[in-house]
Design a protein. Structure first.
Length: 319
């Protein structure tokens, strides 16, 4: 059997159109909603990662500067002094905190350049600065020599330069990540717009199809029905589909054909032809049954008249 959409029932066509529009609209809402949620979560994640990295780096820098101050105090404090132990304990706690902050930053950092600079800073801290701390701790109440001071300034200069480089890289990475996220959101917007446009085109097409396949044929049938009500029966309604509209058109054509046959029978009767017949289409076909009964009555009446005329003629001959 040939698969023809025009033969589908109107209810089926409307149901498929409704389901299609619903699926497209649901998909469009899902894509947009998912994109917005993902984009928002991604922006929050990127912000938190960069915020944590910068915050931790600020703490490292702060603790580093505090350790420099502590070293100056430790250098002029005798190891037997009660403040000496307090200062060294504070220095050790700061050192432990800096180490943990380095670990935290390494966990959150994703960019290879940032990780490389972070490694240089950590190496400078764990090697050169740690060596400087050991030398200062060995002074035990003696003033820091000019050589140690110069070494400290050199390390501090390197630290500052690396800190600035890390902040710049981290900022650039944040901008790049935000650009990537914005790019994804733009794709979501474009995809949603395309889907929306497709949905609009589909809806418009369905409306046009419905108008062409339902509204226009019904208007045409109504016009034909009006012509029939005025007595015009010499017409035929085109049947263009196998759905309810096509069935209705075919039914009207059968009605028109029946009226034409009844008209032909009545025309024959008016012309004196009583030999014609009017076949009933069913037991409910009261019009054809009545016409056929009228034909039978007329035939009986004319037979009786002929019989009476024959008798009159016979009587007149006898007279």
């Amino acid at each position: 059997m040939k698969f023809v959409i025009s033969n589908w029932k109107i209810k089926t066509k409307l149901r498929i159109a409704f389901i299609t529009c619903t699926v497209l609209l649901s998909y469009m809402i899902f894509v947009a909603f998912t994109g917005f949620i993902w984009g928002d979560e991604r922006l929050i994640t990127l912000y938190n990662e960069n915020y944590i990295a910068l915050e931790n780096f600020d703490e490292i820098n702060l603790n580093y500067q505090e350790q420099r101050v502590l070293l100056q105090k430790i250098a002029i404090t005798d190891s037997e002094d009660e403040n000496y132990k307090v200062l060294t304990d504070t220095l050790n706690k700061n050192n432990e905190k800096v180490v943990s902050l380095f670990d935290s930053i390494k966990t959150s950092s994703k960019d290879s350049n940032t990780i490389e600079v972070l490694g240089k800073i950590e190496s400078l801290y764990t090697s050169d600065f740690s060596k400087l701390k050991q030398e200062v701790l060995s002074l035990s109440g003696k003033a820091i020599s000019s050589e140690l001071s110069e070494n400290d300034e050199k390390i501090n200069t390197e630290f500052t330069a690396l800190f600035n480089e890390f902040n710049t890289l981290n900022k650039n990475q944040a901008l790049l990540n935000l650009k990537t996220s914005h790019g994804f959101l733009i794709k979501v917007y474009i995809g949603g717009s395309i889907i929306s446009l497709c949905a609009i085109i589909l809806v418009v097409s369905i409306i046009k199809y419905t108008n062409r396949r339902i509204s226009q044929p019904l208007s045409q049938i109504a016009e034909y029905a009006n012509q029939i009500s005025l007595g015009h029966t010499c017409l035929t309604i085109p049947v263009e589909s196998g759905d309810e509209i096509g069935i209705l058109s075919q039914a009207f054509n059968e009605i028109i054909d029946g009226i034409q046959k009844q008209s032909d029978v009545l025309s024959s009767i008016s012309n004196g032809d009583l030999t014609t017949t009017c076949i009933k289409r069913s037991e409910l076909d009261t019009i054809n049954i009545s016409i056929q009964n009228t034909l039978s009555s007329l035939n009986r009446m004319f037979r009786d008249i002929n019989a009476s005329a024959t008798q009159v003629n016979i009587g007149s001959d006898q007279i």
